[in-house]
Design a protein around this ligand. Sequence first.
Ligand SMILES: Nc1ncnc2c1ncn2[C@@H]1O[C@H](COP(=O)(O)OP(=O)(O)OP(=O)(O)O)[C@@H](O)[C@H]1O
Ligand SMILES: [Mg+2]
Length: 276
Amino acid sequence: MSVVAKDIIGRRAGAFIDTKEHRRFVEFAKAVRENRYIGLCYGAAGVSKTLSARHYANWPAVESLLCDWGLRERSTGKMLAAMNRSRTLFYTPAVSISARILNRDIHRLLAAATACIRPHNERARLECSFNHMEMVIVDEAERLSAPALEFLRDLFDRSNIGLILIGMVGIDKRLARYLQLYSRIGFAHPYRPLQGNELTFVLARHWRELGLCLNGADFADAQAIAAVTRITGGNFRLIHRLFVQIERLMDINHLTEITDDVVNAARRMLVIGTAN
Ligand SMILES: Nc1ncnc2c1ncn2[C@@H]1O[C@H](COP(=O)(O)OP(=O)(O)OP(=O)(O)O)[C@@H](O)[C@H]1O
Ligand SMILES: [Mg+2]
C-alpha cells in the first residue's frame, strides 16, 4: 500500500509553508472535487507538488490510520474526524506497479477510509461503499502503465469521485495518447516554483532557522538572495538542499553571515541538480 515515506518526508522537509502556489493547488483541487472531473497537476521536480497534495488531503494526519490497520483500534477520534473532513485519498504508486496491485491498493484504501468515515456519518451506512469518498490523488502518475491508467479511468467512471493525477512537466503529452482518459481531464494545473516576495519570505525563514535575520535593504543580504534565486530558480527542494550546505559551511567556518560567497561555495558542494 502507499506507505510513502512519512518519516522520510518528515526528515527532509521542515514545517509546511502555506504558499500562494499551494493555495492555487487547493483551488484547483476544489474545482476537480466539486465537478468530479479528472485533474492533471504537473510541474518540475521539487516545486512542492507532493507536499501540497499531501497537505490538501490532510494525509499526514490520516495516513497511519489507513495504511496500518493495526492502528485502527487505537486511532483517536481526531484522526477519524480528519478523515471525515478530508474525504481524500493520497496514493503514490510503486515503480512499475501493475494494474492488479493498483486496483488492490486503491480498493483497500477506499474501504479503510469508508470504515473510518462511517462512525462519523450514520447515513453513510446506507450508502454504497465508496460514495462518501470525494477524491483520489495519485502522485507520480508517470509510473502508471496503460492498464493501470485504464483501471483509474474505470474507477472514475464507476464512482462519483474526483481524480487528480500528479506528474512531471510533459505528462500531459504522455496522457494524450490515452484518448478516453484524456478526454475526461477537466482541469490542468501547472505547479510553479516560488517567485518574488514569496521566495524572499521563504528565504527569510531559512535565515531565521540559522539564527539570522534577513534584511532585503542590506546590500550583502540582497546579493545573497540574488545568488540563491539564480541557483535554485525558486525550487523548494533545491533551496532546502542549498541551505543544508550553507548551514554546514557556516558551522565548519564559524561564519555569522550568509553572503553570496557562502551561497556560491554551498552551491559548489551540491553535486547535481542545480539550475545553473
Ligand atoms: N510548502 C512547503 N513548505 C516547506 N517545504 C516545502 C514545501 N513544499 C516543498 N517543500 C520542500 O521541497 C521538497 C520537495 O517537495 P516535493 O517533494 O513536494 O516536490 P515535488 O514537486 O513533488 O517533486 P518531485 O516531482 O521530484 O516528486 C520537500 O521535501 C520539502 O523539503
Ligand atoms: Mg513529488
